[in-house]
Design a protein around this ligand. Structure first.
Ligand SMILES: C[S@@+](CC[C@H](N)C(=O)[O-])C[C@H]1O[C@@H](n2cnc3c(N)ncnc32)[C@H](O)[C@@H]1O
Length: 270
């Protein structure tokens, strides 16, 4: 049993000691994950968990990994990428230099998918992709550019559905049970820690992807994060959210025009 008071107090201590703010994450989901973590690590109470993570940074890192859901895949929701090709790429092509921010990039599959798409559309060489996440472990995996070979069948299917123009196997080299994404895809990618709940805008972008991240936030944090994206986009820049996400709770909702309702692509219009 986790009492509301002790839950809030625990999150406040985490914020105070580590500077990570989970107070505005969707409560039911965080509590479920805290329970899982306590069960797996045989921790009897939230107080004991607090004592453990406050004095042991590596235990805290493990805790962050449990709280942040890192599920991702190459060309996840393939029709979203098809829509990007159709509705966004030609407008990106009008810029001499393109900056893309992928916020909440997890282990990087979304970043490599985007790099492949931009390569095929002839834009990768003049693009810098900033790939950020709160989870350092996931970011390290993203930097290494390695995926499991067992996923390649479904990733190839996704790639084809997403309008892929080449052979998907051109983009990786198989090694034992893993694949390594082509080094040349990584050339213009900057991986960095960025916490959407606390950190500020750090550049101006033509395109921001933040997919399947806002679902873990409460309405007020969703609105704050959309305002952060608003500040970080150039005029007529594009914002893409996940299938289950929307601008419904955002103060800045009226500053965006819907470009693809189903695939959740928006353009900043004012
Ligand atoms: C379900 S994954 C989504 C990955 C990818 N965007 C996709 O759609 O496949 C959610 C990611 O959001 C990250 N995340 C959660 N809270 C965050 C925060 N406050 N700031 C930045 N990233 C966060 C998690 O670490 C995780 O990698």
């Amino acid at each position: 049993m986790i009492e509301n008071g002790e839950y809030q107090q625990f999150l406040e201590s985490v914020r105070f000691v580590y500077g990570y703010d989970f107070t505005e994450y969707a409560e039911a989901s965080v509590i479920r994950r805290i329970r899982n973590f306590m069960e797996t690590n045989k921790i009897g109470s939230l107080k004991d968990l607090g004592r453990m993570v406050m004095k042991d940074e590596s235990a805290f890192e493990h805790f962050v990994q449990e709280i942040t859901v890192n599920v991702t895949e190459m060309f996840r929701d393939p029709l979203f990428y098809k829509s990007l090709r159709k509705n966004v790429v030609n407008r990106l092509a009008t810029y001499p230099f393109i900056k893309v921010w992928i916020a909440g990039c997890s282990t990087g599959e979304e970043v490599y998918s985007m790099a492949i798409l931009l390569r095929e559309e002839g834009l990768l060489e003049r693009t810098v992709i900033y790939a950020t996440d709160i989870n350092q472990d996931a970011l390290q995996k993203a930097k290494e550019g390695i995926s499991s070979i067992s996923n390649m069948k479904s990733y190839t299917e996704n790639y084809l559905k997403a309008g892929g123009k080449n052979s998907f196997s051109d983009y990786y080299k198989a090694k034992y049970n893993s694949v390594l994404w082509d080094k040349s895809l990584r050339q213009n990618i900057v991986f960095s820690v960025h916490n959407l709940a606390m950190d500020k805008s750090f550049n101006e972008f033509q395109l921001i992807l933040c997919r399947n991240v806002l679902i873990y936030f409460n309405q007020s944090l969703q609105s704050k994060v959309i305002s952060l994206f608003y500040e970080s986009l150039c005029s007529f820049g594009f914002l893409s959210l996940g299938n289950k996400e929307s601008l419904l709770f955002a103060d800045k909702q009226k500053c965006f025009e819907e470009i693809d309702k189903k695939e959740k692509i928006f353009m900043k219009i004012k």
